[in-house]
Design a protein around this ligand. Sequence first.
Ligand code: SAM
Length: 263
Amino acid sequence: MNTYLQANRELWDGWAGFHPQSDFYNMEAFRNGASSLMEPELQALQPVAGKSLLHLQCHFGQDTLSWARLGAQATGVDFSGKAIATARSLAEDMSLPARFVQSDVLALDLEETFDIVFTSYGVLTWLPDIKRWGEVVARHLKPGGTFFIAEFHPGLMMFDFDTGKYACSYFGTEAPSFAEEVVGSYANPEEGTTRMEYTWNYSISEVINALMGQGLRLKAFEEYPASPFDCFPNMKPRQDGWFECAPLVGAPHLFTLLMRKPG
Ligand SMILES: C[S@@+](CC[C@H](N)C(=O)[O-])C[C@H]1O[C@@H](n2cnc3c(N)ncnc32)[C@H](O)[C@@H]1O
């Protein structure tokens, strides 16, 4: 297996081990019925009842199960065996009808198409090949189907969250944009274990073109000056409950794309 893929999978298996116990993922509220989904995806994709929905890079399944609670026939995919095992046991415990598949997203071929393909918040950065990702999305969409992504903005990721200084290219590169040791994770920096991570930054046009190159049509594109998650260093809450990185106020923090496969 590719060195980057193997290292990132070990990191995510480790993170999937402690994330369900973190305040960040607040499993108690989730078990009591709270949705883990955010306004951008809820507004873009509802109603989902009765629709088939493929969730790429689903982690331990909170969002997939939240879509299932809203009536979607949901399938979650992730390369972490630990995350998929947790997702399956949560679905069983909570009697929610969701299916979970362990796979590298870039190798995914379920030989099945879906009404909706969804992915969100910290996904593209783990992928070494954005064009192949576009092929995977298109291959799994029905004619007339909808693709939606909410993702951290590449114009934010190119700067250092502590200093606000330039840190990596806005554009995708073959070598990882970052190869670094990380202590704990965004969900619990105190966890203490050090792991290697390899991540990439892709420009907005590279992401859109990976999908348009497969025939998808752009229906809506939004950029946001804040994030719904407090998941990077120096994030400060705003009055609306979202967060902005203190040294990078005014930088784009998030983007969303809604795209359709012609029917
Ligand atoms: C930040 S999480 C996704 C965020 C998600 N919204 C959440 O917090 O529940 C990124 C996910 O991508 C998965 N991942 C990273 N690289 C992958 C790959 N090549 N194939 C499949 N999953 C991958 C990780 O295991 C992790 O679960």
